[in-house]
Design a protein around this ligand. Sequence first.
Ligand SMILES: Cc1ncc(C[n+]2csc(CCOP(=O)(O)OP(=O)(O)O)c2C)c(N)n1
Length: 625
Amino acid sequence: MKYLLDDAGFPEALKAMDEKQLELLSYEIREYLLNTISKTGGHLASNLGVVELTLALHKVFDSPKDKFIFDVGHQSYVHKILTGRKEELKTVRMLDGLSGFPKRSESEHDMFDSGHSSTSISAAAGYAAARDLKGEDHAVIAVIGDGALTGGVAYEALNCAGQSKSPMIVILNDNEMSIGKNVGGMSDHLKNLRTSTKYLDFKKKMKTTLKNIPKIGEELYTSVEHLRDSLKYAIVDGAIFEEMGFKYFGPIDGHNLHDLIEILSLVKTMEQPVLVHVVTKKGKGYRNAEQNPDKFHGISPFDITTGKVLKEAKYPSYSSIFGKKMLDLADKDPRVVSISAAMVEATGLETMAKKYPKRTFDVGIAEQHAVSFAAGLALDGMRPVVAIYSTFLQRAFDEILIDICMQNLPVIFAIDRAGNVGNDGETHHGHFDLSYLSLMPNMTILAPKDGRELEQMMEFALTLDGPCAIRFPRGEAEPVDVEPEYSTAFSTGEPQILRHGSAVALLAAGKMTGEAVKAAELLEQRGIQTTVINARFVKPLKEEVYTSWLSDGIPVVTLEDNTEVGGYGSLVNDLLTKNGMHNPFMKISWLDEFVRHGSTAQLMKKYKIDAEGIAERVEDFLGKR
Ligand SMILES: Cc1ncc(C[n+]2csc(CCOP(=O)(O)OP(=O)(O)O)c2C)c(N)n1
């Protein structure tokens, strides 16, 4: 059987297709997405929701001349399919395969490398301004979800872009969901727009609105008048977007190709900023995803019939251990509150949210607000725990530095997905937190070697009077069951010796402790006696302990799941230098570059920071190979 989707000529081939064919194509795309993503894993529900929207965009506009910018970019798989990457989608998020996000290096149809939320309107405004300066003529379209619209930067962009009067189109893809249920006042506003029964008569409304558009209003009105009976949209007075300078059109049924094509054809001709409010269903067409859109937002390979993930976990995840411990801490201490930026479930906080809904805050995709909000809570006696992924916390650098650290406030940062995250790739690796946090005065940074230590660290963090970050990796918390040879109770800055050997000392932060123990065993087999130190604290480092343990000049190798600039290794090296110690020194970490996607195991092997790679590099370092 010949499938429309097998046509090699997309996106041009869409131009000749009628609505019936496009409809058929939408079924084929959904089937292809489901079959493919169930095997590769990836962002399924968001892509199922934008099939008709993406088809309509490519039908009406001319990519790459017209520029599509997908916010976050996790919903760009359909765009990839329609721009010559259908077969390659089978490699999505795999080592050397397609990225799970738009990538300019991948296709001329990808206009902006994304992954972090809420930036599409800014980027589109930039493209539009450049176009105007160059006197060119093409459309610029930002596709942004209602979840992404909770991020402050989107409002900064609307604020400027609306005033600029430069033509651009914002498609607001409203499915009522962020990863979980969307939150906040804007979400309520969108709901009002969706459910408003006060749509004015289309003809009257169209007439006044379109005629008011300078220069072309009269003409435009005439040209679209014939649409009046078929269009199901209204132009709603008072929509916040209108106030900000965008002509608002909506709500439009985002699964109705006919309506989508009509509205996009109309706004294509408009010479001003326009916002089209499109209503879609996340997970559309696959019952399991429609019913559990949060679970199918980003999912590992799964069984299509049952919707169950194929790979079973051996150990509990760090997130679940964190979430459980939070409940325990909240039970014991009424001052404990938690804050998440649109990631309540993903960070493990849903159990606390159920039991203590008033003490669990979901602020939307608003990392900066989350941090300053925590400052206020801490100043008035609460003990906030801010649970944010390492990569997204980057957004709040200034708030952590000035609002929290400068005021020395007892806020705990639970930094999930610290270090390499694997298949989500460049934009999502948490390779930078040890670097950006270690430069902040007053900050204590902890990195647990396993789940049990994470719990101990959470208890310890609550005893501190100032800011504290606990960074832990994505995935399962494999226990590091080694009885320490020398261990003190938790005391600020003190590491722990797990194993003694005279040839080399491996100083490991967090999850790298497990790799260090395994590497030490390999080295032992090759006749190299190895000391393994579990740093526990990345900052501060207790100088007297480090200097006394390393005073015999033993070669030092630091290990961290962080970039090489400014993390644990840099701090240890500074400590040695400051104390006039000349131990031979080597740092093992991620390199000073953006690391692409692949499984974490593959990437660690490639960069030689898994146990085998470490053992090899240590042998080379000691001149033993
Ligand atoms: C700065 C930042 N914080 C958090 C995230 C994690 N994240 C990815 S998609 C998403 C929800 C986006 O919701 P929406 O824009 O409505 O898109 P949908 O998936 O519902 O289509 C979140 C919170 C992110 N990508 N960037």
